[in-house]
Write a protein of this length. Sequence first.
Length: 489
Amino acid sequence: MSSSYEAVIGLEIHAQLLTATKIFCGCPTAFGAPPNAHACPVCVGLPGALPVLNRSAVDLAVTAAVALGCEVQQRSVFARKNYFYPDLPKGYQISQYEQPLALGGGVTLPRVGQGSGAAGYDGGKFVRLTRIHMEEDAGKSLHEGFADSDRKTYLDYNRSGVPLIEIVSEPDMRSAAEAAVFFETLRQVLVWLGVNDGNMDEGSLRCDANVSVRRQGDTTLGTKTEVKNVNSFRYLEKAIQYEIGRHIDVIDHGGKIVQETRLFDAAQGKTYSMRSKEEAHDYRYFPDPDLPALVVDAERRRRIESSLPELPEARRRRLIAEYALPEYDAALLTQTRSLADYFEDTARQSGSAKAASNWVMGEVLRNMKERAIDVAAIPITPAALAGLIVIVEKGTISSTVAKDVFAKMYDTGRSAADIVAAEGLAQISDSSSLEPIVQKVIAAHSEIVAEIKQGKDRKFQFLVGQVMKETRGKGDPKIITDLMRRIIE
Ligand SMILES: [Zn+2]
């Protein structure tokens, strides 16, 4: 970005709430059913069908609001947002407008992790939220064919009426990296709370970005454009980066930004215009006469507040304080609640927090990533991993052998102790067994020994490595080093 400009970015995030049934009827919310298998008269807006608000949707929305530090409003109102689209057959979407569920709140961007180091990224920044409101999702249109003659559109109302919260941020972000990390941090909290499944591929979490630029030092906002429905962190960052560049280019060439809605084409890495402000809908909101005002009393709010789990940020701080972990470890271990639980169980049972952290950040995360699985699917329990850590800490096996043992534990489900005993993997640490091997290696490398004697000490490690090789990784490197020094000198 040209240094004389500043980007101003705000996000609007739609998150499906993890309820069993829809927001205004009893249809299931399960993803992947055959088209229109989960659609009743309320879902498709047949005349006379009446909505009834789902209590657990409200509880989940309030949970998110409280966790994000918002002020939950005692009284909020569902309104009709009027527009027609084939995937919205009743002609309006029920959404909260003038009186949303919650106001304020915010998210602190992490100092360590994804965004740190990126240009314009300010770790520790507090990004304010404007509001959180509840609404229903619309159905889905599936288009087929491009030529006019064979163009078809299919409609699936399974998604129609799935409960959503829309989280609207203030325009507090100043770079694409900040926006991506904000979205990622928000996703982490929602998944952590069990409010949303975080599945962006299936569209249960979606993001729109409002982007504008202004001259450095200006306090008024430039004209903004909105990039709709970006479904990955990387695409969000790319789309915003592209928009910032496009805005600056237009302004630098004396042009004017047109307020409009744009879509991101991931293959081209570009955004393109979807509709301009002139085509924007006038939604003619009014309170839905079929639904009473939503009242969340203080008692309900307190009950939800007291049932909140320890949140990611608090957990990171506690891991650092309680286990003396570096901030980097704490950030990685708190990606999800289940991973943090797995780490803490392992740390407690092994009595060695840093070793537990290294194993989880190393082999456990590597296997999760390579196999695309959750920590719950890792067949090595925290107790079993703790068993391996204890054996390594005692010096029974070397850390090189430990990695192989981990792999065998993974594949067979056997304990570390079993594998070490059955395969004779215990570390060789008695000098009498190691000395003949050290002698043999020294005899075979007399010219290197001569060089070491002349002061080329870095060749020393090579000889230790040769002994390790002879012992198939089982030799205790410390004892080998001591023996080697003594014999050479
Ligand atoms: Zn229904």
